[in-house]
Structure formats: C-alpha cells, structure tokens
Design a protein around this ligand. Structure first.
Ligand code: AMP
Ligand code: GLY
Length: 424
C-alpha cells in the first residue's frame, strides 16, 4: 500500500524508517518531511493543515493510509474530515477524532476527563478573563510553586511554574487579560504542584483495545542538570529504569485502562497513539498531561525498540482488531541525544551545513530540523538531529550515541552531555 505520513521532525523520520521496514508498505510519502525522510521516502510539500490540499494529493496518489505525526492536524479535525468525506472515508487516518484530540488541545477538557473517570491527577480549577480575580484568590489557597497552564496549544510553552505568589498572580493576568499565549491562554488551568520524577507512557489504541509501548524518559530543559528554558526535548531513554513491575501495574490499572474505557464511555472515537505524561509521586503515578500523538524525541527510542510490524499494527488499529495482534519489544535499552542549533529554544540561525553524518556507525541517525540545499544537508530548525543507540543498559546506549555525536559538526552545534546521568 501507499502511505502518507504527516510531519517533519525526528519523530516522523523514525516513524518513516519503521513504516518502510513493513512488507505492507510499497510506497511512502512524507509531508513535508526533512532531509532524512527525503533519503528514504518521497517528501511532498503539502500544508498539513490544508485538508483540501491533502485530499487532492491522497486521491491523486491512491494513498491507502494516512499517519499523523504532530497534534495540529488532529486538533483541527483531520480524522473527521476524512470520515465525513465520501471519497475519503474508506482511508484510515491513524490519530484520534477532533473530540479525542481535545485531550491535548484543551487542558481543561483533559482535566475534566481525568476527574470524570477517576484517574489520578493534580487538583485544579480553571479561569477566564472574567474570573481572573477569582483565580488570584484560588492561588492564595495553594502552596508554592504555582502551576499555570494555558488551556490551548502553545507549542509546549504554555506551562509556567512560579515560586512567588505575586508573580504568579501577575502572570495569570498576563495570560488571561493580555493574551500572553494568544488565544491559547484565554482560559488558564491552575494546578496543584506535584513533586516527583516524570516518565512517559505510550499506548496504541483502536478505541476499544490497546497495546502498551515501552516507557521513556525525556529531558526537556536546554541546560545540563535540568536547568534553563524548556525545549521540545533534548534526549530520551527507554525503558525508564525506575518503572518497575509494581509501578507499571499501577499505571496500567489506574491510568491506561480507565483512559481507554473513558474514551469508550464518552463515545470518543480514537484510533491512534496516546502519550501520557506521568509523574511518580512516592510510588503513586499521576497524570500530568495527555498528548494525542507520539513524543519527540521519545519516538526515536520507543519505535526502534518495537520489533513488530508497525503498518500491521496500524491496520489492526484501523479495523479495530488490535486484540488479535501481539507486540514484540526489543529487550535492549535505547537512548537518543538531540543535537540542536546554538541559541535554541530562543533565536538561532538556520542553513548551517552539517558534516559527518556518513561517519556515524552503529547508531541510528534521525533527522529533525534539516533540509537539503543544493544536495547538501543543512540545519533548518532548533532541534537538528537525534542520534539513537542500543545497549544492554542505558549507560551503554548513551555512551555509543555520544561517541558518534563527536563525528558530527555544524556551526554553533549544541547538545546536552548529561542525558541519562540522573538515572544512575
Ligand atoms: P505539560 O505541558 O502539561 O506537560 O507541562 C510541562 C511540564 O511542566 C511538565 O513536563 C512538568 O515538568 C511540569 N508540570 C506540569 N504540571 C505540573 C504539576 N501539576 N506539578 C509539577 N510539575 C508540573
Ligand atoms: N518530548 C515531549 C513531546 O513530544 O511533547
């Protein structure tokens, strides 16, 4: 079959790499893709939020499955667009319906879902410009630090964690009254702060059945020792060493099962990945957030550990037969290190020539912000390349990635040298 994959990051290069290993896949298009996907598939310059443009391409190329990498097209309803179009409704879209995507698209929707289905999460309340003074009063009832979350999509920047009460009140006003995050902060969720270690869980569901993918831990801050600004993610390891059988059982019974059952009870169509950000508070897992897609760079460690045929899994998702297939997981650990442009996550330059990719041995290179310019690979984003390695443990895996990163070069290249160190 011919498959169309939407997106352009390291996540999409890893998904493309895995999809192409399936004997079910004859032809793969990636829109818009990057220099890495161009090497293995056909990039196509589509606007992934222009569903009419996608429709024309799907019909022209006889696409028989659409896999959605990022959240934006899902939140904008690409699943429903296909379902409601008589020419497209027999073509599966891997991703949730528009309502399902609200689990990521609206923090308030996610919190209401969690509370309704009795899934452990931080206590919260939500406020608008009309109730901003009530929000300030609510802050006074909490202990610092204060957690303020823009309700809508804010490119991973919409969460503020603030020590000082007055500063928290000021920021609440900035968000609600002065549109700090635009429309996304016209509503703000204020949450109780949870103290613990974070980990991410990934589930693939057909809406009824589900398969649990390997756990991963992401490193979100730009600086070593988890300091500095938040990024999309600077590296990841899988599995998470502290996620033992006891914790995993609690996660499945208290969080994963009730999530999938909740979707069914609420009549929410969902055929895709659920990415659950968790925090382990003294052995008790609690939900920090839902995402309706795979994580990036978590995909670059989770997907390489999957031995099963990903396209066959997607077919099982599409036809609600996930209960009939089994998952095979590589027992080894995987680690990925993200190489980024100097200055990221603030201003950075693009168009820097990248050298040394061809010298990397025994690791997987997943491109993120790269493009081809006159036949050369140049930087085209903040996060540039993820180098993934396997090992008997995460130490061995990270070591191999770091050895290979030494062979890469571009002007102002930066990466964190401490991925996994906190897990020793
Ligand atoms: P989110 O976009 O909801 O994942 O939030 C971004 C980051 O903020 C998370 O990865 C956590 O590190 C942190 N965070 C969010 N909510 C809380 C909370 N209730 N308590 C502590 N940290 C939080
Ligand atoms: N790495 C975090 C995310 O993909 O949201």
């Amino acid at each position: 079959m011919t498959i169309l994959l939407l997106g352009s990051g390291g996540r999409e290069h890893a998904l493309a790499w895995k999809i192409l290993q399936s004997k079910q896949c004859k032809n793969l298009f990636v829109a818009p893709g990057n220099a890495g996907t161009a090497e293995i598939a056909t990039n196509v310059n589509l606007d992934i939020l222009n569903f009419e443009e996608i429709k024309a391409f799907v019909l022209k190329e006889n696409i028989s499955m659409v896999v959605v990498g990022p959240e934006d097209p899902l939140v904008h309803g690409i699943y429903d667009f296909f379902k409601n179009d008589s020419q497209l409704n027999n073509i599966p879209v891997i991703g949730p319906s528009k309502v399902g995507a609200q689990l990521e698209g609206s923090k308030e929707f996610a919190k209401e879902f969690l509370i309704k289905h009795k899934i452990p999460t931080a206590a919260y309340d939500s406020f608008t410009a009309q109730t901003v003074e009530k929000g300030c009063k609510f802050l006074e009832t909490l202990q610092p630090p204060y957690v303020l979350k823009a309700d809508g999509l804010a490119a991973g920047k919409g969460v503020l964690i603030i020590q000082d009460l007055n500063e928290a009140k000021d920021e609440l006003r900035n968000m609600l009254v002065h549109a700090k995050f635009g429309q996304a902060s016209s509503k703000v969720v204020i949450e109780e702060f949870l103290d613990g270690i974070e980990l991410s869980c990934f589930v693939l569901t057909d809406g009824k059945n589900y398969k649990i993918l390997p756990t991963a831990k992401d490193y979100k801050r730009i600086g070593e020792g988890d300091t500095g600004l938040n990024t999309g993610g600077m590296g990841a390891v899988s599995p998470v060493p502290f996620a033992d059988a006891v914790l995993l059982e609690k996660i499945e019974n208290r969080i994963l099962k009730p999530t999938i059952e909740g979707l069914q009870k609420d009549g929410i169509e969902y055929k895709g990945f659920v990415f659950i950000g968790l925090i382990n508070v003294k052995g008790e897992p609690m939900v920090i957030e839902y995402n309706v897609r795979m994580g990036d760079p978590e995909t670059e460690v989770v997907i390489p550990r999957l031995k099963s045929d990903l396209v066959e899994l997607f077919q099982a998702v599409a036809y609600e037969k996930l209960n009939e297939v089994s998952l095979e997981i590589d027992e080894r650990s995987a680690a990925t290190i993200m190489v980024v442009s100097g200055g990221y996550p603030e201003d950075y330059e693009k168009g820097k020539q990248i050298s040394g990719i061809e010298n990397i041995e025994d690791s997987l290179v997943f491109h993120a912000g790269t493009k081809l310019e006159n036949g050369k690979v140049v930087t085209n984003g903040g996060r540039v390349i993820a180098v993934t390695s396997f090992g008997n443990d995460f130490q061995e895996a990270t070591k191999k990635s770091y050895q290979n990163i030494e062979k890469l070069h571009f002007d102002k290249m930066y990466f964190r040298k401490d991925i996994g160190l906190d897990l020793f």
